[in-house]
Write a protein that binds this ligand. Structure first.
Ligand SMILES: [Zn+2]
Length: 309
């Protein structure tokens, strides 16, 4: 039987018995299929002479976020802050956002996501292939940042060299960590270690931001006077960790040091009005901070980066 988009008066009347609402509206054959949730996959903008592309390598819903982001506050306080910001307390959405910086001379990938194939797919959606990556920078050695380095025992980014913080490498070197041994160890000989203030390329400078991990590094990007901070994991939630930098976060190795680093970076970015990309901020993970109360308020970017200065 062939399906026709046209219906006769008779079949419309017969259908009306079974599907009164649909038939009565006359839209039985016009209804489109549900296509499922479709978040944007990448966001590219110009920064001076550079191009910056945030890529969404993964997103997932995680239960019971207070056990992760509000370890040292009461359930009542966590609930009232969440309600005031229109987000639930029983679930949070996680985002994993590597960033690609094209300096014109090199294509630099900051962090590699949880798994190579997902990150490569996100890169491809943004117009890049894995073998175009010249430099992979690792902000720190947690699994959601180093997980994409190797795919089935082979380097995912075949032509890349690697850069990471010296303190970070040293902290994991002797720890016997499975993820480090599987993903980082095989590439260690191709890895350059940076200290605080060290440069990845002209205009791309490492900033030691410890606490989340011992040698966690953020990066300052500058081209033709335009600036951006790649904050990595200095703060991992746009409300709970920015408004309340002292709320303890499960994934911060040294919680007091992480809080101190958060305040320092947020102070700096608020004072300078510097936009930042946070690896775990809601995609496209680009925003500004402004002081509010004893903490900070996250202001998602609108069209600022679309306007050429
Ligand atoms: Zn992370």
């Amino acid at each position: 039987m062939t399906k026709s988009p046209y219906i006769t008066r008779r079949s419309a009347l017969m259908g009306a018995a079974a599907l009164p609402l649909v038939a009565a509206s006359g839209r039985a054959f016009a209804a489109a299929e549900m296509l499922g949730m479709a978040p944007p996959k990448f966001n590219r903008f110009k920064l001076g002479g550079f191009e910056v592309t945030a890529i969404l390598a993964g997103t997932r819903t995680v239960p019971d976020p207070q056990t992760i982001f509000g370890m040292n506050v009461t359930p009542e306080e966590f609930a009232s802050v969440s309600a005031a910001n229109n987000i639930p307390t029983d679930k949070a959405q996680f985002f994993f956002t590597p960033t690609v910086v094209n300096t014109g001379a090199e294509l630099i990938l900051f962090d590699t996501g949880l798994q190579g194939p997902a990150t490569v797919a996100a890169l491809q959606a943004a117009g890049y292939s894995a073998d175009q990556i010249d430099v992979v920078v690792l902000t720190h050695m947690h699994g959601d940042h180093i997980g994409g380095l190797m795919t089935d025992g082979t380097p995912t980014f075949a032509n890349a060299r690697y850069i990471t913080g010296a303190a970070e490498f040293d902290a994991w070197d002797m720890a016997g960590n499975e993820g480090f041994e599987k993903n980082v160890r095989p590439l260690a000989e191709k890895m350059t270690m940076l200290d605080d203030g060290g440069a990845v390329a002209s205009g791309v400078t490492g900033m030691l931001a410890p606490g989340h991990t011992p040698g966690h590094m953020a990066y300052h990007i500058e081209s033709n006077g335009k600036q951006l901070v790649l904050g990595a994991d200095f703060a991992n939630h746009y409300v709970w960790s920015l408004a309340y930098p002292d709320w303890e976060v499960k994934f911060d190795r040294d919680k007091a040091q992480a809080a101190q680093t958060r305040r320092k970076m947020l102070d700096m970015m608020a004072a300078d009005k510097t936009p930042f990309i946070g690896y775990h901020m809601p995609f496209p993970a680009l925003g500004y901070v402004e002081p509010r109360g004893d903490g900070f308020h996250y202001v998602p970017a609108s069209y600022q980066m679309m306007i050429e200065g």
